[in-house]
Write a protein of this length. Structure first.
Length: 409
Protein backbone atom coordinates (compact mmCIF):
# COMPACT_ATOMS: atom_id res chain seq x y z
CA UNK A 1 0.00 0.00 0.00
CA UNK A 2 1.23 3.48 -0.87
CA UNK A 3 1.33 5.73 2.16
CA UNK A 4 0.34 8.69 -0.03
CA UNK A 5 -3.05 6.99 -0.39
CA UNK A 6 -3.45 5.81 3.20
CA UNK A 7 -6.48 7.21 5.04
CA UNK A 8 -6.06 9.12 7.27
CA UNK A 9 -2.59 10.70 7.69
CA UNK A 10 -0.91 10.74 11.10
CA UNK A 11 -1.44 13.60 13.58
CA UNK A 12 1.23 15.61 15.40
CA UNK A 13 -0.89 16.11 18.52
CA UNK A 14 -3.03 13.79 20.59
CA UNK A 15 -6.64 14.84 21.26
CA UNK A 16 -6.91 17.14 24.30
CA UNK A 17 -9.23 14.82 26.22
CA UNK A 18 -7.00 11.75 25.71
CA UNK A 19 -5.76 10.39 29.06
CA UNK A 20 -4.51 6.91 28.26
CA UNK A 21 -1.55 5.87 26.15
CA UNK A 22 -3.58 3.70 23.77
CA UNK A 23 -5.99 6.57 23.13
CA UNK A 24 -3.20 9.05 22.36
CA UNK A 25 -1.04 6.79 20.20
CA UNK A 26 -3.77 4.93 18.30
CA UNK A 27 -5.50 8.21 17.39
CA UNK A 28 -2.29 10.02 16.42
CA UNK A 29 -1.07 7.11 14.31
CA UNK A 30 -4.43 6.80 12.52
CA UNK A 31 -5.70 3.44 13.83
CA UNK A 32 -8.90 4.64 15.51
CA UNK A 33 -11.18 7.68 15.66
CA UNK A 34 -13.54 8.68 18.45
CA UNK A 35 -17.11 9.53 17.45
CA UNK A 36 -18.20 10.17 21.06
CA UNK A 37 -17.13 8.91 24.46
CA UNK A 38 -16.65 5.14 24.24
CA UNK A 39 -17.49 4.89 20.56
CA UNK A 40 -14.75 4.23 18.02
CA UNK A 41 -14.19 3.80 14.31
CA UNK A 42 -11.58 1.19 13.42
CA UNK A 43 -9.73 3.01 10.65
CA UNK A 44 -7.96 0.97 7.92
CA UNK A 45 -4.78 0.46 10.00
CA UNK A 46 -6.79 -0.43 13.12
CA UNK A 47 -8.99 -2.87 11.27
CA UNK A 48 -5.89 -4.63 9.92
CA UNK A 49 -4.61 -5.20 13.46
CA UNK A 50 -7.99 -6.36 14.78
CA UNK A 51 -8.37 -8.74 11.80
CA UNK A 52 -5.03 -10.34 12.71
CA UNK A 53 -6.00 -10.64 16.37
CA UNK A 54 -9.30 -12.21 15.32
CA UNK A 55 -7.58 -14.68 13.02
CA UNK A 56 -5.38 -15.93 15.88
CA UNK A 57 -8.48 -16.32 18.08
CA UNK A 58 -10.41 -18.01 15.24
CA UNK A 59 -7.67 -20.59 14.64
CA UNK A 60 -7.52 -21.61 18.29
CA UNK A 61 -11.30 -21.68 18.77
CA UNK A 62 -11.81 -23.71 15.58
CA UNK A 63 -9.17 -26.13 16.91
CA UNK A 64 -11.42 -26.88 19.92
CA UNK A 65 -14.48 -27.45 17.76
CA UNK A 66 -16.02 -23.96 17.70
CA UNK A 67 -18.31 -23.19 14.76
CA UNK A 68 -18.43 -19.55 13.71
CA UNK A 69 -21.77 -17.85 13.11
CA UNK A 70 -23.34 -14.40 13.54
CA UNK A 71 -26.29 -13.37 15.71
CA UNK A 72 -28.50 -10.26 15.62
CA UNK A 73 -27.66 -7.10 17.56
CA UNK A 74 -31.26 -5.96 18.12
CA UNK A 75 -33.07 -8.19 20.63
CA UNK A 76 -36.73 -8.20 21.69
CA UNK A 77 -37.50 -7.45 25.36
CA UNK A 78 -39.38 -10.77 25.81
CA UNK A 79 -36.31 -12.97 25.47
CA UNK A 80 -34.42 -11.02 28.15
CA UNK A 81 -37.44 -11.19 30.47
CA UNK A 82 -37.36 -15.00 30.41
CA UNK A 83 -34.23 -15.03 32.59
CA UNK A 84 -35.05 -11.81 34.44
CA UNK A 85 -32.01 -10.07 33.00
CA UNK A 86 -34.19 -7.36 31.35
CA UNK A 87 -34.48 -5.93 34.87
CA UNK A 88 -31.33 -7.30 36.50
CA UNK A 89 -28.93 -5.95 33.87
CA UNK A 90 -30.83 -2.71 33.41
CA UNK A 91 -27.85 -0.46 34.16
CA UNK A 92 -25.63 -1.83 31.43
CA UNK A 93 -28.28 -2.13 28.70
CA UNK A 94 -29.12 0.29 25.93
CA UNK A 95 -32.88 -0.11 25.67
CA UNK A 96 -35.06 1.40 22.98
CA UNK A 97 -38.58 1.24 21.62
CA UNK A 98 -39.99 1.73 18.15
CA UNK A 99 -42.97 3.81 16.97
CA UNK A 100 -45.34 0.93 17.83
CA UNK A 101 -43.97 0.94 21.40
CA UNK A 102 -42.31 -2.43 21.02
CA UNK A 103 -39.25 -2.64 23.29
CA UNK A 104 -35.76 -3.82 22.38
CA UNK A 105 -32.22 -3.95 23.73
CA UNK A 106 -28.95 -3.66 21.83
CA UNK A 107 -26.80 -6.76 22.30
CA UNK A 108 -24.66 -6.57 25.46
CA UNK A 109 -24.05 -10.35 25.51
CA UNK A 110 -25.78 -13.30 23.82
CA UNK A 111 -26.55 -16.10 26.32
CA UNK A 112 -30.33 -15.74 25.95
CA UNK A 113 -30.10 -15.67 22.16
CA UNK A 114 -28.01 -18.86 22.10
CA UNK A 115 -30.46 -20.51 24.52
CA UNK A 116 -33.29 -19.72 22.11
CA UNK A 117 -31.30 -21.33 19.29
CA UNK A 118 -30.64 -24.40 21.42
CA UNK A 119 -34.26 -24.99 22.44
CA UNK A 120 -35.30 -24.83 18.81
CA UNK A 121 -32.61 -27.27 17.72
CA UNK A 122 -31.54 -29.63 20.53
CA UNK A 123 -33.68 -32.71 21.08
CA UNK A 124 -31.53 -35.58 22.33
CA UNK A 125 -28.13 -36.24 23.84
CA UNK A 126 -26.96 -36.99 20.32
CA UNK A 127 -27.34 -33.30 19.45
CA UNK A 128 -24.81 -32.36 22.15
CA UNK A 129 -22.33 -30.81 22.57
CA UNK A 130 -23.21 -27.69 20.58
CA UNK A 131 -20.32 -25.21 20.30
CA UNK A 132 -20.81 -21.89 18.51
CA UNK A 133 -19.14 -18.50 18.48
CA UNK A 134 -19.10 -15.14 16.78
CA UNK A 135 -17.14 -11.93 16.44
CA UNK A 136 -19.59 -9.12 16.87
CA UNK A 137 -20.47 -5.83 18.46
CA UNK A 138 -21.52 -5.46 22.09
CA UNK A 139 -23.19 -2.36 23.50
CA UNK A 140 -22.76 -1.57 27.18
CA UNK A 141 -23.64 1.59 29.03
CA UNK A 142 -20.23 1.89 30.69
CA UNK A 143 -20.18 4.63 33.34
CA UNK A 144 -16.46 5.38 32.94
CA UNK A 145 -15.45 5.18 29.29
CA UNK A 146 -12.09 6.87 29.87
CA UNK A 147 -9.44 4.31 28.98
CA UNK A 148 -9.40 4.82 25.23
CA UNK A 149 -10.34 1.72 23.30
CA UNK A 150 -9.95 -0.47 26.42
CA UNK A 151 -13.47 0.44 27.55
CA UNK A 152 -15.93 1.18 24.80
CA UNK A 153 -19.68 1.65 25.02
CA UNK A 154 -19.72 -0.21 21.74
CA UNK A 155 -16.91 -2.73 21.22
CA UNK A 156 -16.01 -5.97 19.55
CA UNK A 157 -16.23 -9.30 21.35
CA UNK A 158 -15.46 -12.85 20.40
CA UNK A 159 -18.11 -14.75 22.30
CA UNK A 160 -18.15 -18.53 22.41
CA UNK A 161 -20.98 -20.61 23.88
CA UNK A 162 -21.04 -24.32 24.61
CA UNK A 163 -23.90 -26.62 25.61
CA UNK A 164 -23.36 -30.09 27.06
CA UNK A 165 -25.30 -33.09 28.35
CA UNK A 166 -23.55 -33.35 31.70
CA UNK A 167 -21.65 -31.25 34.18
CA UNK A 168 -18.46 -33.23 33.59
CA UNK A 169 -18.73 -32.69 29.82
CA UNK A 170 -19.06 -28.96 30.46
CA UNK A 171 -16.10 -28.85 32.84
CA UNK A 172 -13.94 -30.90 30.47
CA UNK A 173 -14.70 -28.44 27.68
CA UNK A 174 -14.17 -25.50 30.03
CA UNK A 175 -10.61 -26.71 30.62
CA UNK A 176 -10.09 -26.98 26.86
CA UNK A 177 -11.19 -23.37 26.42
CA UNK A 178 -8.85 -22.30 29.21
CA UNK A 179 -5.95 -23.96 27.39
CA UNK A 180 -6.99 -22.42 24.06
CA UNK A 181 -7.10 -18.97 25.69
CA UNK A 182 -3.62 -19.48 27.12
CA UNK A 183 -2.40 -20.32 23.59
CA UNK A 184 -4.13 -17.24 22.15
CA UNK A 185 -2.69 -14.81 24.69
CA UNK A 186 0.78 -16.36 24.35
CA UNK A 187 0.62 -16.01 20.56
CA UNK A 188 -0.40 -12.37 21.03
CA UNK A 189 2.76 -11.88 23.11
CA UNK A 190 1.14 -10.98 26.43
CA UNK A 191 2.57 -11.35 29.92
CA UNK A 192 -0.63 -12.49 31.67
CA UNK A 193 -2.15 -14.42 34.55
CA UNK A 194 -5.10 -16.81 34.62
CA UNK A 195 -7.06 -15.46 37.57
CA UNK A 196 -9.75 -17.25 39.54
CA UNK A 197 -12.77 -15.06 40.18
CA UNK A 198 -16.18 -15.65 41.69
CA UNK A 199 -19.12 -16.30 39.41
CA UNK A 200 -21.41 -13.46 40.43
CA UNK A 201 -25.15 -14.06 40.40
CA UNK A 202 -25.36 -16.55 37.53
CA UNK A 203 -23.17 -19.41 38.73
CA UNK A 204 -21.84 -20.65 42.06
CA UNK A 205 -18.75 -21.96 40.27
CA UNK A 206 -15.55 -20.01 39.90
CA UNK A 207 -14.87 -18.24 36.63
CA UNK A 208 -11.48 -17.39 35.17
CA UNK A 209 -10.25 -14.02 33.98
CA UNK A 210 -7.21 -13.56 31.76
CA UNK A 211 -5.39 -10.52 33.13
CA UNK A 212 -2.51 -8.82 31.32
CA UNK A 213 0.13 -7.20 33.52
CA UNK A 214 0.09 -3.49 32.69
CA UNK A 215 0.97 -0.83 35.25
CA UNK A 216 -1.78 1.45 33.92
CA UNK A 217 -4.48 -1.24 34.04
CA UNK A 218 -7.66 -0.65 36.07
CA UNK A 219 -7.78 -4.05 37.79
CA UNK A 220 -5.97 -5.51 40.78
CA UNK A 221 -5.21 -9.20 41.30
CA UNK A 222 -3.41 -11.32 43.89
CA UNK A 223 -0.76 -13.67 42.52
CA UNK A 224 1.66 -16.16 44.07
CA UNK A 225 5.34 -15.21 43.72
CA UNK A 226 6.35 -18.88 43.25
CA UNK A 227 3.65 -20.62 41.17
CA UNK A 228 0.90 -19.65 38.70
CA UNK A 229 -1.83 -19.27 41.36
CA UNK A 230 -3.76 -16.01 40.97
CA UNK A 231 -7.12 -14.81 42.30
CA UNK A 232 -9.19 -11.65 42.36
CA UNK A 233 -9.78 -9.55 45.46
CA UNK A 234 -12.97 -11.28 46.54
CA UNK A 235 -11.42 -14.74 46.56
CA UNK A 236 -8.18 -13.50 48.14
CA UNK A 237 -10.09 -12.01 51.06
CA UNK A 238 -12.06 -15.22 51.46
CA UNK A 239 -8.90 -17.33 51.41
CA UNK A 240 -7.62 -15.68 54.58
CA UNK A 241 -3.94 -15.00 54.24
CA UNK A 242 -0.92 -14.52 52.08
CA UNK A 243 0.36 -18.10 52.07
CA UNK A 244 -0.28 -19.62 48.64
CA UNK A 245 -2.93 -22.34 48.99
CA UNK A 246 -1.71 -24.04 45.79
CA UNK A 247 2.07 -24.54 46.13
CA UNK A 248 2.09 -23.81 49.89
CA UNK A 249 5.54 -22.24 49.48
CA UNK A 250 5.03 -18.86 47.86
CA UNK A 251 3.37 -15.69 49.05
CA UNK A 252 0.22 -14.29 47.43
CA UNK A 253 1.11 -10.72 46.57
CA UNK A 254 -1.04 -7.82 45.48
CA UNK A 255 -0.52 -6.93 41.82
CA UNK A 256 -1.93 -3.54 41.01
CA UNK A 257 -2.37 -2.71 37.35
CA UNK A 258 -3.83 -5.44 35.16
CA UNK A 259 -6.22 -5.47 32.20
CA UNK A 260 -8.88 -8.15 31.73
CA UNK A 261 -8.67 -9.34 28.12
CA UNK A 262 -10.74 -12.51 28.47
CA UNK A 263 -13.22 -14.17 30.80
CA UNK A 264 -14.70 -17.67 30.84
CA UNK A 265 -17.83 -18.80 32.71
CA UNK A 266 -19.06 -22.33 33.50
CA UNK A 267 -22.67 -21.23 33.83
CA UNK A 268 -24.31 -24.58 34.57
CA UNK A 269 -28.07 -25.16 34.16
CA UNK A 270 -29.33 -21.77 35.38
CA UNK A 271 -30.15 -20.56 31.84
CA UNK A 272 -31.57 -23.87 30.59
CA UNK A 273 -33.97 -24.10 33.53
CA UNK A 274 -35.33 -20.60 32.98
CA UNK A 275 -35.53 -20.87 29.20
CA UNK A 276 -36.64 -24.50 29.08
CA UNK A 277 -33.73 -25.93 27.16
CA UNK A 278 -34.06 -29.66 27.82
CA UNK A 279 -32.77 -32.70 25.96
CA UNK A 280 -33.61 -36.39 26.28
CA UNK A 281 -30.81 -38.54 27.70
CA UNK A 282 -29.98 -42.22 26.94
CA UNK A 283 -32.60 -43.37 29.45
CA UNK A 284 -35.33 -41.23 27.90
CA UNK A 285 -35.29 -38.69 30.73
CA UNK A 286 -35.58 -34.94 30.14
CA UNK A 287 -32.54 -33.01 31.42
CA UNK A 288 -31.48 -29.36 31.27
CA UNK A 289 -28.37 -28.62 29.16
CA UNK A 290 -25.15 -27.56 30.86
CA UNK A 291 -23.99 -24.23 29.49
CA UNK A 292 -20.81 -22.16 29.38
CA UNK A 293 -19.84 -18.82 27.83
CA UNK A 294 -16.41 -17.49 26.98
CA UNK A 295 -15.42 -13.95 25.91
CA UNK A 296 -12.42 -12.08 24.52
CA UNK A 297 -12.44 -8.40 23.54
CA UNK A 298 -10.32 -7.99 20.37
CA UNK A 299 -10.55 -4.19 20.40
CA UNK A 300 -9.47 -4.14 24.07
CA UNK A 301 -6.66 -6.53 23.09
CA UNK A 302 -5.42 -4.03 20.47
CA UNK A 303 -5.43 -1.22 23.05
CA UNK A 304 -3.68 -3.40 25.62
CA UNK A 305 -0.94 -4.32 23.14
CA UNK A 306 -0.22 -0.60 22.75
CA UNK A 307 -0.27 -0.04 26.52
CA UNK A 308 2.40 -2.70 27.06
CA UNK A 309 4.50 -2.09 23.94
CA UNK A 310 5.42 1.48 23.01
CA UNK A 311 8.12 4.10 23.62
CA UNK A 312 8.19 7.92 23.65
CA UNK A 313 8.03 7.95 19.83
CA UNK A 314 5.10 5.65 19.25
CA UNK A 315 3.74 2.13 19.06
CA UNK A 316 5.89 -1.02 18.81
CA UNK A 317 3.78 -3.81 17.22
CA UNK A 318 4.91 -7.39 17.31
CA UNK A 319 5.12 -9.34 14.07
CA UNK A 320 1.91 -11.32 14.49
CA UNK A 321 -0.48 -8.36 14.74
CA UNK A 322 1.37 -5.51 12.94
CA UNK A 323 -0.78 -3.81 10.28
CA UNK A 324 2.00 -4.34 7.70
CA UNK A 325 5.12 -6.51 7.78
CA UNK A 326 7.47 -3.73 6.66
CA UNK A 327 7.51 0.02 6.35
CA UNK A 328 9.49 0.98 3.27
CA UNK A 329 10.81 4.53 3.38
CA UNK A 330 11.83 6.02 0.07
CA UNK A 331 14.18 9.01 0.22
CA UNK A 332 15.45 11.01 -2.82
CA UNK A 333 17.47 8.83 -5.21
CA UNK A 334 16.03 5.59 -3.76
CA UNK A 335 14.51 2.66 -5.65
CA UNK A 336 11.14 2.66 -3.90
CA UNK A 337 8.91 1.34 -6.66
CA UNK A 338 11.27 -1.43 -7.69
CA UNK A 339 11.71 -2.69 -4.10
CA UNK A 340 8.00 -2.34 -3.36
CA UNK A 341 7.12 -4.45 -6.41
CA UNK A 342 9.68 -7.13 -5.56
CA UNK A 343 8.56 -7.40 -1.93
CA UNK A 344 4.89 -7.46 -2.89
CA UNK A 345 5.53 -10.13 -5.52
CA UNK A 346 7.15 -12.23 -2.77
CA UNK A 347 3.91 -12.04 -0.78
CA UNK A 348 5.15 -9.46 1.73
CA UNK A 349 2.71 -6.87 3.01
CA UNK A 350 4.39 -3.46 2.63
CA UNK A 351 3.50 0.10 3.58
CA UNK A 352 5.55 2.18 1.12
CA UNK A 353 6.16 5.79 2.07
CA UNK A 354 6.16 7.29 -1.43
CA UNK A 355 5.28 10.82 -0.28
CA UNK A 356 7.38 13.91 -0.97
CA UNK A 357 7.88 14.96 2.63
CA UNK A 358 11.08 15.32 4.65
CA UNK A 359 13.11 12.32 5.82
CA UNK A 360 12.50 13.44 9.41
CA UNK A 361 8.74 13.36 8.94
CA UNK A 362 8.91 9.91 7.34
CA UNK A 363 11.05 8.48 10.13
CA UNK A 364 8.86 9.88 12.86
CA UNK A 365 5.79 8.38 11.15
CA UNK A 366 7.54 4.98 11.11
CA UNK A 367 8.16 5.22 14.85
CA UNK A 368 4.61 6.39 15.53
CA UNK A 369 2.85 3.72 13.42
CA UNK A 370 5.15 1.07 14.83
CA UNK A 371 5.55 -1.50 12.04
CA UNK A 372 8.27 -3.92 13.27
CA UNK A 373 10.70 -3.49 10.34
CA UNK A 374 11.79 -0.23 8.69
CA UNK A 375 13.52 -0.38 5.31
CA UNK A 376 15.19 2.69 3.80
CA UNK A 377 16.19 3.22 0.18
CA UNK A 378 17.99 6.41 -0.88
CA UNK A 379 20.81 7.72 -3.06
CA UNK A 380 23.12 6.85 -0.17
CA UNK A 381 22.02 3.21 0.19
CA UNK A 382 22.41 2.65 -3.59
CA UNK A 383 21.93 -1.04 -4.45
CA UNK A 384 21.58 -1.90 -0.78
CA UNK A 385 18.66 -1.46 1.58
CA UNK A 386 18.93 -0.26 5.16
CA UNK A 387 17.09 -2.54 7.64
CA UNK A 388 16.17 -1.33 11.13
CA UNK A 389 13.95 -3.07 13.65
CA UNK A 390 11.43 -0.80 15.40
CA UNK A 391 12.80 -0.06 18.82
CA UNK A 392 16.40 -1.00 17.89
CA UNK A 393 19.26 1.49 17.81
CA UNK A 394 21.32 -0.05 15.03
CA UNK A 395 20.56 -0.62 11.38
CA UNK A 396 22.27 -2.79 8.76
CA UNK A 397 22.78 -2.61 4.99
CA UNK A 398 21.43 -5.60 3.08
CA UNK A 399 20.73 -6.87 -0.45
CA UNK A 400 17.09 -7.10 -1.50
CA UNK A 401 17.35 -10.89 -1.68
CA UNK A 402 18.56 -11.10 1.92
CA UNK A 403 15.79 -8.74 3.02
CA UNK A 404 13.20 -11.04 1.45
CA UNK A 405 14.76 -14.15 3.00
CA UNK A 406 14.92 -12.54 6.42
CA UNK A 407 11.26 -11.43 6.21
CA UNK A 408 10.16 -14.87 5.07
CA UNK A 409 11.81 -16.57 8.06
P1 LIG B 1 -14.81 -5.29 32.78
O1 LIG B 1 -14.75 -5.96 34.12
O2 LIG B 1 -13.50 -4.83 32.29
O3 LIG B 1 -15.89 -4.24 32.70
P2 LIG B 1 -16.46 -7.45 31.99
O4 LIG B 1 -16.01 -8.42 33.01
O5 LIG B 1 -17.72 -6.74 32.19
O6 LIG B 1 -15.28 -6.40 31.73
P3 LIG B 1 -17.04 -9.58 30.14
O7 LIG B 1 -18.51 -9.56 30.16
O8 LIG B 1 -16.32 -10.61 30.91
O9 LIG B 1 -16.48 -8.14 30.55
O10 LIG B 1 -16.59 -9.54 28.61
C1 LIG B 1 -15.64 -10.39 28.00
C2 LIG B 1 -14.49 -9.59 27.44
O11 LIG B 1 -14.94 -8.51 26.61
C3 LIG B 1 -13.63 -8.92 28.49
O12 LIG B 1 -12.72 -9.83 29.03
C4 LIG B 1 -12.96 -7.81 27.69
O13 LIG B 1 -11.87 -8.32 26.94
C5 LIG B 1 -14.05 -7.40 26.71
N1 LIG B 1 -14.77 -6.21 27.19
C6 LIG B 1 -15.68 -6.14 28.17
N2 LIG B 1 -16.16 -4.90 28.33
C7 LIG B 1 -15.53 -4.16 27.39
C8 LIG B 1 -15.61 -2.78 27.02
N3 LIG B 1 -16.44 -1.94 27.63
N4 LIG B 1 -14.83 -2.34 26.00
C9 LIG B 1 -14.00 -3.18 25.35
N5 LIG B 1 -13.89 -4.50 25.65
C10 LIG B 1 -14.64 -4.98 26.65
MG1 LIG C 1 -15.29 -10.14 32.72
Amino acid sequence: MRQSQLFPKTKKEAPKDAESINHKLLVRAGFIDQLMSGSWTLLPLGLRVVAKINQIIREEINAIGGQEMLMPLLHPKEIWSETGRWDKADEIMYKLSDVRKKEYVLSFTHEEIVMDLLRKNIRSYQDLPAIVYQFSTKFRNEPRARSGILRGREFMMKDLYSAHATESDLMEYYEKVKKAYIKIFKRLGFDFKVVEASGGVFTDKHTHEFQVIDANGEDTIFACNKCDYAVNKEIFEGSGGEKCPKCKEGKTEKLEGTVEVGNIFPLGTWYAERMHVYYTNEKGLKKPVWFGSYGIGPTRVMGTLVEVSHDEHGIIWNKVVAPFEVHLVELPGGKGEEIYNELTASGIDVLWDDRSVSAGEKFSDCDLIGIPVRLVTSAKTGEKIEWKDRGAEKSEQMDLEDVINKLKK
